[in-house]
Ligand binder design. Structure first.
Ligand SMILES: C[S@@+](CC[C@H](N)C(=O)[O-])C[C@H]1O[C@@H](n2cnc3c(N)ncnc32)[C@H](O)[C@@H]1O
Length: 278
């Protein structure tokens, strides 16, 4: 696979670890042997992810902070994340890189919402949860009010949830991980029947268009993606999982209110950025 990033050991430096990890996490980071730290980073960048350590947290938090700082410096911003689940990379990064920011998450799984709120209680952020489908976003957020919208490994989940809804599978009041095998079966069937794009693209693009309404002019939608080995082992079609960003890049040509922009250091296979131009 194309590595998700160029291997540079600075990203997991002690200085970054002190900044981006909690005390407990920092202690666990320090317990990892220096050679193992480098090997974990290399495996994280060059393979579908199968290990979950402080190196992953440190890498992704540092990367999101680098992105936000490169656009907004240290300013407090309003960030909307879609389909965060209970993954807290973005709020953890934002609290340290841009303290006093407002972090809003639109996420509809009840169990994961509860878990995310627990993980983020003490952060230096104004946190708001929209416990609903992000396609309802305009009921909750004013037009032109958001600086950045993020999907942190969330597009695949949004597409899966669309298929679940079409097939009568509840993803709101259930355990997401228990549903995952069924979701991946659905994705595989759609791909095998050549119906995947026709069934998910219009709904996904409508959701993105509704999200764009909430963005300020010049605001940015930032999307990243990577592969989990677990999903591939469950039968997720590799061609789709690996090329999700190039596929949606093609779909996004239909969104007229935005143009694609690029940032150095963010690989185009795994990241895509849209800027609102109207
Ligand atoms: C596995 S979780 C976490 C994904 C996470 N971003 C990650 O790092 O892997 C997937 C989440 O996406 C949420 N989700 C999927 N489609 C959504 C939508 N249209 N609106 C809000 N949340 C959505 C689900 O409710 C679930 O909480």
């Amino acid at each position: 696979m194309i590595p998700i990033d160029v291997f540079k050991e600075d990203i997991i430096s002690r200085e970054n670890a002190r900044l981006f990890l909690s005390l407990e996490e920092y202690k666990r980071f320090e317990d990892i042997d220096n050679i193992d730290k480098l090997n974990l980073l290399k495996r994280l960048l060059e393979n579908p992810i199968e290990e979950f350590t402080e190196i992953n947290d440190l890498y992704f938090r540092t990367k999101w902070a680098e992105l936000v700082n490169s656009i907004y410096n240290k300013k407090a911003i309003t960030m909307l994340e879609v389909a965060s689940g209970d993954a807290d990379m973005i709020p953890q990064a934002l609290a340290r890189s841009n303290p006093n920011s407002t972090y809003i998450t639109a996420n509809m799984n009840k169990i994961l919402n509860e878990s995310l709120l627990k993980k983020t209680t003490n952060l230096d952020l104004n946190i708001k949860l929209i416990d609903d489908d992000a396609s309802m976003i305009n009921n909750y957020i004013k037009s032109n009010s958001i600086d950045m919208i993020a999907f942190q490994h969330g597009v695949n989940d949004v597409l899966q949830a669309i298929l679940c809804e079409q097939n009568g599978i509840d993803t709101v009041n259930t355990d997401w991980m228990e549903c995952l095998p069924k979701m991946i079966d659905l994705v595989r069937t759609e791909v095998e029947n050549y119906t995947f794009e026709a069934n998910v693209k219009p709904i996904f693009l409508n959701l993105v268009k509704d999200l764009v309404v909430t963005l300020k002019r010049d605001g940015v939608i930032a999307i990243n993606h990577y592969m989990f080995k677990y999903d591939l082992d469950l039968g997720y079609p590799k061609e789709l999982f690996e090329n999700l960003i190039p596929i949606i890049r093609n779909w996004f040509k239909e969104i007229e209110m935005c143009e694609e922009i690029f940032y150095n250091g963010f690989n185009e296979q795994w990241w895509i950025f849209l800027k609102k131009i109207v």
